[in-house]
Design a protein around this ligand. Structure first.
Ligand code: FAD
Ligand code: NAP
Length: 501
């Protein structure tokens, strides 16, 4: 990356939180002659757009990776072109359900120059409105190209040694008035991927599950399709997974379904005490689905007459636009769960004009801000610190992989404790520095004492009573207790502070 290489045009893919702050950081440099933000949805907001209906439910394809479930589209051989509209499922809908509230304190979740309307935890429409407003209040809206999907991204060899390779983008705009797809190409010096990674749902392969799905259509869904609990009133339900989605969905369903609600867990989550919450019965992993509708668990128990199975088993990042053949290698290794040949969860060793924002699991909007500022600064060539040589970047990657294997953690999960998040943000801070004397370039925010305090002390708390809190490791700090009903100021000893992300 580097302004000495005259990077003047930049494309940003996606207008969720990552794309929003990347556009703002690029614009603030007052250096680039062309910045374009391509967003396939009808408005900014990304994850936070609420799609009331996902009917029919998203197809559930056990064991499929995004390369199978979200393959590239067939691109017209001659461009520009106008074609019949695409009907291939692109997983456009978001996973937001009606009752979802944020789980990161607003002070740590929002961008540093604009607070959320209120906090600490807000309904899903608050971040959605926030991101849309951010585009207009920062005069970024003119950069936006909505209803436009990046369908192919191919590296293009530079014409001179003075310049790094650039990128050819093949774009598809859905024209709803004429009901056609319009295809064209654009060229950019650099591309920032901000395409999100909670789009393509993942359901594990289980013996008999494919046949079960065919035999009982609609019975198995992924939490991405979940919207409201009352449609399963009085039904028998199983939820698989006990991370954020599994916890939230089972907390909602338990108030409506025929009890007990079964929750299948592979491992103990940070939310779990010694006993399940009232109304919930824990089960181990499912080993087989029987042709008569029975569901077999690893302890040998079988459940029959189940009406709904909700797989809250997470998502896999998807890059269907990445031209594997022409770019010479894939971007993501699904076996290892990591970007390939990448540095600091953001840059790629051999693609100096490509970056990605928002992939690691860490503080969300706020950490994207640090990433975006550092990327913009490197692209404008005004960085205070350059990226290390490839050899050092490779060493970082190898060591991190070894560490995550040894600790059984995920490569792109960055924890708060032991200073890992601060180390992560700190490098972006040092790369970016201050911008110019004339105020060009966004300055990375300080991680204030208030923000740190909020991260370490304010907890969204679903509902349970005081006993439950204590069982889960919370000790209420009565004199600091808020009047809000749905969250507490709490101290959680011996647990990772960012466990809720
Ligand atoms: C159920 C759920 C709840 C969550 N709750 C919280 C929470 O409480 N607090 C929190 O901080 N985080 C939460 N998160 C994480 C959340 O995803 C991040 O907060 C953040 O919004 C991610 O932003 P992003 O821009 O990286 O990705 P996204 O929000 O997914 O945005 C990516 C954008 O890129 C667009 N796009 C994708 N591919 C293309 C393409 N080829 N061409 C053009 N456009 C494309 C998409 O349409 C989308 O608008 C939650 C996630 C989930 C799944
Ligand atoms: N605002 C909110 O309150 C809210 C609500 C929902 C989601 N979110 C966010 O959305 C993101 C995604 O969360 P998520 O809960 O959907 O996904 P996730 O955190 O990736 O969790 C996936 C769950 O599925 C389980 N699992 C995965 N593979 C499995 C297998 N083969 N067999 C059995 N179980 C399996 C995992 O178990 P293991 O733990 O054993 O791997 C884990 O419990 C997170 O950032 C989260 O914070 C936020």
């Amino acid at each position: 990356m580097g302004g000495e290489k005259k990077t003047r045009s930049v494309a940003v893919i996606g207008a969720g939180a990552s794309g929003t702050i990347t556009a703002a950081a690029l614009q603030a440099e007052n250096y680039f002659t062309r910045i374009r933000v391509f967003e396939r949805r009808e408005s900014p907001g990304g994850t936070w757009i609420y799609d009331e209906s996902t009917k029919p439910h998203l197809p559930v394809k056990p064991g499929d990776l995004p390369s199978q479930s979200d393959p590239p589209l067939q691109i017209p051989s001659v461009l520009p072109a106008t074609t019949a509209p695409n009907h291939q499922n692109r997983y456009l809908e978001t996973p937001i359900y009606a009752g979802l509230t944020t789980n990161v304190p607003a002070i740590a979740m929002s961008f540093s120059d604009a607070p959320f309307a209120y906090g600490p935890f807000v309904p899903h429409y608050v971040p959605q409105q926030y991101l849309s407003n951010y585009f207009s209040t920062h005069k970024l809206d003119s950069l936006l190209e909505l209803n436009t999907t990046l369908e192919d991204l191919t590296e293009v060899e530079s014409e001179s040694k003075e310049k790094d390779n650039g990128w050819k983008l093949t774009l598809r705009k859905r024209d709803l008035v004429q009901n056609v797809d319009i295809w064209w190409e654009e060229y950019f010096d650099a591309v920032v991927l901000a395409n999100g990674h909670y789009t393509v749902p993942y359901v594990p392969h289980v013996k008999g599950l494919d046949e079960y799905i065919k035999k009982f259509p609609g019975r198995v869904i992924h939490s991405k399709s979940y919207r409201v609990p009352h449609i399963w009133k009085g039904k028998k339900a199983v939820v698989i997974g006990n991370s954020a989605s599994g916890k939230d969905v089972s907390t909602e369903l338990v108030k409506w379904v025929s009890l007990p609600l079964y929750q299948s867990r592979r491992s103990k989550s940070r939310w779990d005490g010694e006993e399940p919450p009232p109304g919930i019965e824990w089960k181990p992993v499912i080993t087989e689905y029987l042709s008569d509708g029975g569901i077999v668990f690893s302890d040998g128990t079988i459940l029959r007459d189940i009406d709904v199975v909700v797989y809250a088993t997470g998502y896999k990042p998807s890059f269907p636009f990445w031209n594997l053949e022409k770019n010479g290698r894939p971007l993501y290794d699904y076996e290892q769960g990591k970007l390939i040949n990448s540095y600091w969860h953001t840059w790629f060793h051999h693609f100096p004009t490509l970056a990605i924002v928002g992939l690691p699991r860490v503080l969300t909007f706020r950490s994207m801000e640090y990433q975006a500022i550092a990327i913009a600064r490197l692209l404008s060539g005004r960085q205070w610190k350059s990226l290390p040589p490839i050899k050092e970047q490779t060493r970082w990657e190898v060591e991190r992989l070894e560490k995550s294997k040894a600790n059984r953690t995920k490569f792109h999960d960055i924890v708060w404790d032991e200073g890992e998040t601060q180390e992560y943000l700190g490098l972006f801070f040092r790369i970016a520095g201050l911008g110019t004397l004339l105020g060009e370039g966004r300055v990375p925010p300080v991680l204030s004492k208030e923000t740190i305090w909020a991260i370490e002390n304010i907890r969204k708390y679903p509902e349970p009573g005081k006993d439950q809190r204590i069982r889960e490791g919370f000790a209420r700090v009565e004199d600091l207790q808020s009047e809000e009903q749905d969250w507490v100021v709490a101290h959680r000893p011996n647990k990772g502070a960012l466990w809720f992300i």
